[in-house]
Design a protein around this ligand. Sequence first.
Ligand SMILES: Cc1cc2nc3c(=O)[nH]c(=O)nc-3n(C[C@H](O)[C@H](O)[C@H](O)COP(=O)(O)O)c2cc1C
Ligand SMILES: O=C(O)C(=O)c1ccccc1
Length: 358
Amino acid sequence: MSPGLSDLHDRARALLDPVHYDYFAGGAADEVVLGENERAFGRLALLPRILRGTPVRDLAVALPGARASMPVVVAPTAFHRLAHPDGELATARATAAAGTVLVSSMASTVAVGAVVAAARSVDPAAAVWFQLYLQPDPEVTRCLVRRAEDAGCTALVVTADSPVFGRRERDVRNGFDDLPEGFAAENMRDLPGGPPGGTRDIEMSAALSWEDLDRVRASTALPVLLKGVLHPEDARLAVDRGLDGVVVSNHGGRQFDAVPAALDALPRVAAAVDGAIPVLLDGGVRRGSDVALALALGATAVGVGRPVLWGLAADGEQGVRQVLDLLRDEFDHALALCGGRDLADLTRDLVVTRGTPW
Ligand SMILES: Cc1cc2nc3c(=O)[nH]c(=O)nc-3n(C[C@H](O)[C@H](O)[C@H](O)COP(=O)(O)O)c2cc1C
Ligand SMILES: O=C(O)C(=O)c1ccccc1
């Protein structure tokens, strides 16, 4: 990580309850994929073009239901109030101030209505997307979609990489399997079949299918993106089913420790999609040059998960601002050094493999 980001990471680690730090930081099984996501960027290099840049570069990108000031969005992560008392409210304000998109987790510790209101208090045009785990009871899913719509979310991100919950050995060792007293997954309150006034558990289901996703698509006018795509054939199916975007992601190495690094899965997904819909990528993005590499390999934008949590834990809204500002500055710098004027200048021919002549 950069001095800036690794600094915030150190401060976050020092401030957080070690059990909560492990929940945020950890991955599945041996945490091979957790490390691979970051290392995959280090195996590649960018071949700059010269004498074709511009002093003022355009970093903006059009996304479903949003125009972002840079190709970096905040990936959905759960339980922000464990990182800072202001929780998702701080994250929402900082993300809106940075002019980019917050993907608000279904497992947020602040209800989505309040998250969107916090973002809009900073920028009335701020875009918040809602991340959704399809629930086995379609009534519950429908109700969650309606809550996201009523809150003013501008897209849905359906996470499909979790037919079962990943085995995270740090959490098992620490006995972390539920939120502490005084915290709750507020979007799950007062849902059909749940306790009146209380919250339902988020359920993972291996029985879900493309037909369940079709039902969500048909039930809303919002754009729907599919998160957790690694196989190019699934990306093709997403296009065929009329989805509005895919997110290449292995859940930050938290689900299955036998999958490839997210970056390594990107080129084939991008080839399968062939420009039909936006392709986002998350996992291991820690530097502006990582953003440039992902875009050169076909991503429309990237998501960042843990760095935002470190900023939040270290310094609340200000810390998240710092993370997003740093990534923007670094990315702008990387684009300049590549001879780029805007995102379209980050093309596949700029990417080479490190350690071998090409
Ligand atoms: C603490 C934590 C909680 C997460 N919670 C969710 C979630 O609720 N929904 C979801 O789709 N992804 C969740 N993710 C996965 C992120 O959206 C994203 O895929 C991942 O963090 C990207 O990797 P990075 O942390 O290396 O940037 C979570 C990740 C972390 C680290
Ligand atoms: O921890 C996670 O990665 C995650 O996705 C999640 C899912 C459900 C509830 C809380 C977190």
